[in-house]
Design a protein. Sequence first.
Length: 238
Amino acid sequence: MELSFRIWMCGGSMLFVPCSKVGHIFRPAHPYDFMGSNGDVVSKNYVRAARVWFDDELEFFYKLRPQFRDMDVGDLSERFALRERLHCKSYAWFIRNIYPELPLERDLVGSGRWRTDADTCMDTRGGDLTNGKLLYLGPRGEMDKPNINSNRFLMLTNDHRLMGLNYCADSGYADGLQFHPCHMNGGGQAFMYDKELRTIKQGTGKCLTGNSEKSLVLMEECRENDQTQLWTPEFKYY
């Protein structure tokens, strides 16, 4: 991940070699411990990359992974010096130019846990990382504690996309909302949030509903003051 940031943000290049073959041989066991003597090495590497490259989006990273906020990852001065020496572009530039499907925090209406007045929450169950999976409904949980479950982290953008960590929710399929690649063309992927009424509607006139009987998030006929159709995000940007 960090190598990708360095290539794109710091003037590097990526070569495409036609007909090339790349192989990876997986070992039956690792000769080292990923947890290591200094704790979770993989998590520390994530945090090191985030603190060096994410700029103003670092706080958003901590909203997604609050357990990493106070993690000791060692001295990063050499990495910051590298960014300065190479005159690297900003993380915002990377998102706008290289990965425009991913929003910046400034592009959001709300994020984190989306809770209904009926004390239920949207829950991806990890399906936002897989094409065609459903958006589920789960119990609210303890809203006063940091959310360390990324399955409950969803984003609603100013251009009306309801997103998990990878794909967008789409109502254009069978029963329930499915996650599919974000196409930026509206339709079944356009969700309009009314900040006063706290309803989420689509162009069909239907409302996003937490259906506890089916444990799914569905589009249903709008019903006045229905607690299952009134949504509040954990983090508001309005």
